[in-house]
Design a protein around this ligand. Structure first.
Ligand SMILES: [Zn+2]
Ligand SMILES: [Zn+2]
Length: 132
């Protein structure tokens, strides 16, 4: 808990983590010999246990904020839909930009995006044409 206080900048509403951040921009702290998400540690120290299977959503959208008042436990799907990220945008789309249906046969996932197989096929056909 002391370390949490030392490593945060509380000049604003958010408690900004001044320590290490992980690859996704979340605050990390070493606890019990391994790195843990500092906002989860702060929430558990100050508010209480995080309900099983739930993630903490940053209501302030500042990923390295560890202020428990800005954190709300949500299911991972809620968290994804709330975030203004690719996953949320893709979840709303049923067709690719050329109008091919995103169904099981025509879709494959790459990282967090859906890729249209038909478009990929058309693109590689065009490339092959350019070479000849
Ligand atoms: Zn915040
Ligand atoms: Zn397509």
């Amino acid at each position: 808990m002391e370390r949490l206080e030392i490593r945060t900048d509380r000049t604003g509403e958010c408690w900004l983590w001044t320590g290490r951040l992980n690859g996704s921009g979340y605050a990390e702290m070493k606890l019990g010999g391994r790195y843990q998400m500092a906002h989860r540690v702060a929430y558990q120290e100050i508010v209480g246990p995080i309900p099983e299977g739930l993630q903490l959503d940053h209501l302030c959208r500042v990923r390295h904020c560890v202020n428990p008042a800005h954190l709300e436990p949500v299911t991972s799907r809620e968290n994804t839909l709330r975030g203004e990220n690719l996953v949320a945008i893709n979840a709303a789309k049923t067709h690719c930009k050329r109008g091919h249906l995103f169904d099981a046969a025509n879709t494959y996932r790459w990282r967090n995006s859906r890729i249209c197989r038909e478009c990929r096929r058309l693109r590689s056909a065009t490339k092959a044409g350019d070479r000849s």
